[in-house]
Ligand binder design. Structure first.
Ligand code: PMP
Length: 398
């Protein structure tokens, strides 16, 4: 038996460590491209106007702080389903989806992991190589063995689709496959519609179950367009999970609001699954927090607020695209012409292709902070800092 003397210090996520180093850096021109948050052109974390209005409205209504049901705020569930599956989705109308409110996208992963482990005896999870580090932590913590499927083709700056398909096909029945629905974290490389069809076939062939992690809906091409993976899995007729998050697209990071949905065979199965998902919630934290769900529901149910939110989300998406273009244009001017692959990537993250040593030099010599794996959060770039980042990259690659 371990004793308290054996408890080792947990140094925290390396990304938070990077932010500590960044904060302690007293150089005037410094840029934090390490942490995964969207910043506006002024380098601030924006609050969508619609969210501010919704919060004010809720405060005026004097909403109570009563517990909400285990499965979440009742009005949140259809609002979440409509966003994730689309306004006219037949699977929603047929009542085939079991949805619970979760503590962000992380909570959705944890609920699904526990549900599958406890009820289906699932004990293997396949993650993309590489993937968001917390995927392994959440599934590992829930009792799973973590295996990897090939994903990033470093030599060719793209997804190794054939390797990915082969690895998924070779999984054992019942394995869970976590797939990034859009804006892959950390590489930025996504699948196209035809590749998604092949992935659904591979998952089905293996007898595995997919978990679509959709933490960035709206950040790639649009709310509807970013649903391609969800639509393809629905069309395939297999059961699958989707976890979605309002951390990024609503800017509600700290409110911990997201959803977990399982597309079932029929309404009766969805009702039974729903009840078991509630049981998992009950055992983990009893019931979710109310405020984030109230904000999301208020915005999505009000045509004006919703239109305002969608316009701001589109502006975020356009800004990310624009800074990717500014970065590559600047690099061209600086003589670095082999990084155009950054334009093929989606969302906030970009695998820069830089080595760990080059990333460390970016930090120590130029106060530009990204991860040692070469990931930069392009959503931290703006007109004011992109020139500095260009110069820094040009210096470390020359
Ligand atoms: N999945 C992926 C791929 C992510 O990048 C993130 C956020 N970094 C999450 C899930 C978790 O999101 P949340 O903050 O809503 O828990």
């Amino acid at each position: 038996m371990a004793t308290f003397d054996d408890v080792e210090f947990y140094p925290g996520d390396p990304i938070f460590g990077l932010t500590d180093m960044f904060n302690a850096d007293d150089r005037e021109q410094k840029v934090n491209l390490g942490v995964g948050i969207y910043l506006d052109e002024m380098g601030r974390l924006p609050l969508p106007q619609a969210v501010g209005v919704a919060e004010k409205r809720l405060a005026e209504q004097g909403a109570s702080h009563n517990y909400i049901p285990m499965g979440g705020l009742p009005s949140f569930i259809p609002a979440d389903q409509e966003l994730v599956f689309g306004a006219d989705a037949a699977v929603v109308a047929e009542g085939r989806i079991a949805t619970v409110q979760t503590l962000g996208g992380s909570g959705a992963l944890k609920e699904a992991a526990d549900f599958l482990h406890v009820l289906m005896d699932a004990n293997v999870v396949a993650l993309s190589d590489p993937s968001w580090a917390n995927h392994a932590a959440i599934f590992g913590g829930a009792g799973y063995d973590v295996v990897r499927y090939r994903y990033y083709d470093a030599a060719n700056h793209r997804v190794d689709v054939d390797g990915m398909l082969a690895d998924i096909r070779a999984l054992q029945p019942g394995a869970v496959v976590v797939l990034h629905a859009c804006c892959h974290n950390p590489t930025g490389y996504d699948l196209d519609a035809e590749q998604w069809v092949r992935v659904t076939e591979a998952v089905e062939q293996a007898g595995a179950i997919a978990f679509l992690d959709m933490a960035y809906q709206g950040f790639s091409r649009g709310l509807d367009e970013d649903r391609v993976a969800v639509d393809t899995f629905v069309a395939s007729g297999q059961r699958f999970f989707v976890g979605n998050s309002f951390s990024k697209n609503f800017g509600l990071y700290g409110e911990r609001i997201g959803g977990l949905s399982l597309v079932c065979r029929d309404a009766d199965e969805a009702r039974r699954v729903s009840s078991q998902l509630c049981k998992v919630v009950r055992a983990n934290y009893s019931c979710p927090p109310a405020h984030g769900a109230q904000i999301v529901t208020t915005v999505l149910a009000d045509a004006e607020l919703r239109a305002s939110w969608e316009a701001e989300l589109a502006a975020m998406r356009d800004r990310i695209r624009a800074v990717r273009e500014a970065l590559t244009a600047g690099l061209h001017e600086a003589g670095v012409t082999d990084m155009d692959f950054v334009l093929d990537q989606n969302g906030m993250f970009s695998y820069s292709g830089l080595s760990a040593e080059q990333m460390q030099r970016l930090r120590t010599e130029h106060a530009v902070y990204g991860t040692d794996e070469g990931r930069i959060c392009v959503a931290g770039l703006n007109e004011g800092n992109v020139g500095h980042v260009v110069k820094a990259i040009a210096a470390v690659v020359s």
